[in-house]
Design a protein around this ligand. Sequence first.
Ligand code: PEP
Ligand code: MN
Length: 333
Amino acid sequence: MIAVLKQGTTTAQTQHLVAWLKNMNLDVHISEGQHVTVLGLIGDTSRVDMDLLKSLDMVETVKRVSEPFKQANRKFHPKDTIIEIGDIRIGGGYFTIIAGPCSVESEEQIIEVAQAVKASGAHILRGGAFKPRTSPYAFQGMKGAGIELLLKARAATGLPIVTEIMNISTLDLFADVDIIQVGARNMQNFDLLKELGKTQKPILLKRGLANTLQELLMSAEYIMSEGNENIILCERGIRTFETYTRNTLDLSAVTALHELSHLPVVVDPSHATGKAKMVSPMACAATAAGADGIMIEVHNNPSCALCDGAQSLTPQQFDEVCHRVRKIREAIV
Ligand code: PEP
Ligand code: MN
């Protein structure tokens, strides 16, 4: 349930109302916009007398929120959420470029790629240290040593880093990581989500291979319900009957998620297509669709990559994508 307060409601009045609602065993989420304040009520709202609430002087409207996601819902929080990492902003009209290799492979590789993507305008460096691979015989990532190398690359370039967690038992290794990624395969690992909710780390939450947008938002809700509101949603393609591309990029997800939620939405055209040639056009399409950013796999030598070489761009190709994307941003904003 949400209660929209009238303009001019004082802080003291708001606090009084919040205390009264909390007394009914409800959690009250306050969202202060430029013009309105919205109180989001979580818990058993059947006890709330809607008519009584509506009749209060300071209350403009009261509505039930029918969707099962509450804190992730735009109705609860009309303003876009902006995630801050140092001087980088994600969401709310900013456009963020995340780039780097699928996996961290060596110090030389990650630093070379980090320097190259930074020079092209990337804001954040990606690189997998723990790799969820379909085959147990495939390269599983450098694990803790990979995170150490990402930290070195950050020190060398100043780029914040994002890397994937697979198991909560490794959380300590992520203490200095700027953004923790939850990969598609773990989108519904609810225990993992709940534990990440107890941290204040920004979380890049990727859509599951066969998950609906509502399920994605429910996963965000798991994290938020534990107190962590710093979530970036990522559309990375879903499984359909089409096999030409690795996945099918659901670009309409950008608009839908923006409508349903206040959380930033980035698009990963690399995993969505699985083909380096398709990354640039899909990155452009995602930008034109209003995504808050893109995440692209870049390797200094894609043909020798230990993971996802076929979809990885060379630094030169990535540079061209950045130019194209910037032109599209100029045209649409
Ligand atoms: C990744 O980004 O490295 C990755 C494994 O992606 P996804 O979880 O989307 O498959
Ligand atoms: Mn990959």
